[in-house]
Design a protein around this ligand. Structure first.
Ligand code: KIV
Length: 275
């Protein structure tokens, strides 16, 4: 049973797939209800990315993210989405062993969050699993290039697909399309490879650090809002400096408390939530 009570139809994976060579597909991540409400106003697709492990939970990589974490945040985001297509990441270890393992976990994510699709990482070696899910009614978004769940095998968060590696990444994307993925995320690739794959496959490519030639773009919301002072990936344009604004606000509050300028009961947490 779906966790949501939608009045308005959201965009579907089929709508996103039809955007190939149409208006660029606008995507962002979200992990909480309030942020989902904001993102939903401007985005076609909202991803509950497993980046939440690093962004929200302070993990050193996405490898430690669990099904429980994805479902909890997926449910929170679903409460804030009325129009965008909602996709939830499958966490590391929940889909790689076998197609039926992937089906059980993907079905649980969809049933318990009310999302419309799952995303999983990996190219040619995941094609059989993608086909298995798609044939059983689960729309899948692929993810090739830099696949952060494989950080231990890749030896870091490096640009992928340089030189001879380009052929392998292009083949990965093509195999996901053939397996029935409705869109494919291209992460950290040379811009010319992003453009090439976009021309070669028939479903939308969603770039993150893969150049402007993709059919759509995605960023981690907290990165583009500038919530972190110490983390500045080169490909992320900051649209705000919310980390600094928050630090200033917290410092101003601390100053007020220390100076005895404390608000009255009308500003208590429960009071302000109830109104
Ligand atoms: O986990 C994530 O947030 C992602 C993207 C940003 C593509 O996979």
């Amino acid at each position: 049973m779906s966790a949501t009570t939608d009045q308005h139809p959201r965009l579907t994976p089929v709508d996103i797939q039809r955007r190939k060579s149409g208006p660029p597909v606008v995507c962002l991540t979200a992990y909480t209800t309030p942020m989902a409400r904001l993102v939903d106003q401007s985005c076609d697709l909202v991803l509950v990315g497993d980046s939440l492990g690093m962004v929200l939970h302070g993990l050193p990589s996405t490898v430690g993210v669990t099904m429980q974490m994805m479902i909890l945040h997926g449910q929170a985001v679903a409460r804030g989405i009325t129009q965008a297509c909602l996709v939830v990441d499958m966490p590391f270890g929940s889909y790689e062993a076998a197609p039926d393992q992937a089906f059980r976990n993907a079905a649980q994510i969809i049933a318990e969050t009310g999302c419309q699709a799952v995303k999983l990482e990996g190219g040619a070696h995941m094609a059989e699993t993608v086909r298995f899910l798609v044939d059983r009614g689960i729309p899948v978004m692929g993810h090739v290039g830099l696949t952060p769940q494989s950080v231990n095998a890749l030896g870091g968060y490096k640009v992928q697909g340089r030189g001879k590696e380009a052929e392998r990444v292009a083949r990965d994307a093509a195999m996901l399309e053939q397996a029935g993925a409705f869109a494919v995320v291209l992460e950290k690739l040379p811009a010319e490879l992003g453009t090439r794959i976009t021309a070669e496959i028939g479903v939308p490519t969603i770039g993150i650090g893969a150049g402007a030639g993709c059919d759509g773009q995605i960023l981690v919301l907290d990165d583009m809002l500038g919530l972190f002072a110490d983390f500045r990936p080169k490909f992320v344009r900051r649209y705000a400096e919310m980390g600094l604004t928050a630090a200033e606000a917290i410092a101003a509050y601390a100053e007020d408390v220390r100076a005895g300028r404390f608000p009255g009961p009308e500003h208590s947490f429960s009071e302000s939530r109830a109104t």
